[in-house]
Design a protein around this ligand. Sequence first.
Ligand code: FRU
Length: 489
Amino acid sequence: MKITREEKYRKLEQAFPGEVENLIALVGKSPWRQLFHIQPLTGLLNDPNGFTFFQGEYHLFYQWFPLGTYHGMKYWYHTKSKDLVNWENVGIGIEPGGPYDSHGAYSGSGIVKDDKLYLMYTGNSRDEKWVRHPYQNLAVMDTEGNIIKKNSPVIDSVPDGYTEHFRDPKVWGSEGSYYCVIGAQRTNMTGCAVMYHSPDLIEWTFEGEIVTKLDQFGYMWECPDYFEMDNQGVLLFSPQGLSPEADDFNNIYQSGYLIGEKLDVSTRIFDHGPFQELDRGFDFYAQQTTKTPDGRRILVGWMGIPESKYPTDNQGWANCLTLPRELILNQGKIIQRPVRELEQLRKEQSDVQDLLRDETKIYPDFTGTTYELICEFTNVNAQRFGVEFRAGKNEKTVLWYDHQSKKVILDRSMSGEPIESAHGSVRRCRLEADKVKFQLFVDTSSVEVFVNDGEEVFTSRIFPSADSTEIRFFSCGGTVSLEASLWRI
Ligand code: FRU
């Protein structure tokens, strides 16, 4: 069915009579609603936005189109939490439709100044000829939670040399000044990130590009994020237009990072190492980070990818956010761990210790549709070993380590309803290890796997039937010791 422009860029008050009620009823019947992930009440969710700690609470907004599961008129939807685990739906954060965000309040970030939360975002506007004009706008939230948009943009044009694809400001403060990075496309159709400077978050000056070694690296960089940790600089971004290279870059679009010397804000030279993917799974994009009061750097991503179709698209809702992860730098690499607060989710626990001898085994109480599972494999003599989960008669999602190729492999080809199988149903990455630990967070329609305490992460949606609840551990071609714990959620 073709959706018209008029239909796509409707605001909530332009919903057809009964439309929202019908959507809510449809969502209510969906078998794949998540239990412990942030998901939209109706419609489509994409990027996390404005992730900040303010007045004792974490505020996390997301890109939201309420009236359909396609990318239409984007709002910022507001959620908040005291503990990064229990999130409250607050309501609409930023409403689009003004002169400088006529076709959507696109992605952006938050920063606290003078007891206010400043939200800087891209106003997506189109003129009568359908030419796009991106504006960088500001909205300010007070201590009562009221959010007021500023009347005019703080950056009202695109500098020479860049196209209309100029968006997603991420702000940070340093030594009494403010900076932001913005994702951009050069007029020669290559992607990059540019930097602005401000004394007060209101007046912004264009400084120029972040100078990286990646001059020809995709056609657009979305959602850049710059921060510093352990005396190093980290630039995250989501480049579009990379071709698959063996096990890397297999999704439609990628997300990854550069680690280097701290960014020199006067020359904007960023001396960095190689681009590395943040996540090895199928559904991860447009991540954003913030800092906790106790100094941790936390990341949340969109558990989805642009232009992907999902089995809930005809059930009135699409997508969710990832669980928050703590980032740690280790030898030129980002290690990602589920935030420790997530232990609050753990309910009844089951444990097992066994030796697997070229066999597949199930254990009492190791079943379910929503749980955390930690399994450690040691004394490896097997060629392959791992776990099948959300398994049933004809379904299973398989996660294993191949000892010969030294690869971790996630296979969702038999997970249930197919998802974008044209982009492959198996993801792999190399891992040199004598023992392997998988930590899985399984929700109704997703899995996040942390491998060896966050050395690698695989984030994926899966759409199994409700009765696919089995967990089966296996070894092939030899023995392996298994120690596993499961907590119901
Ligand atoms: C990334 C993105 C951003 C944009 C937003 C619009 O997924 O395309 O670049 O601001 O989504 O929803």
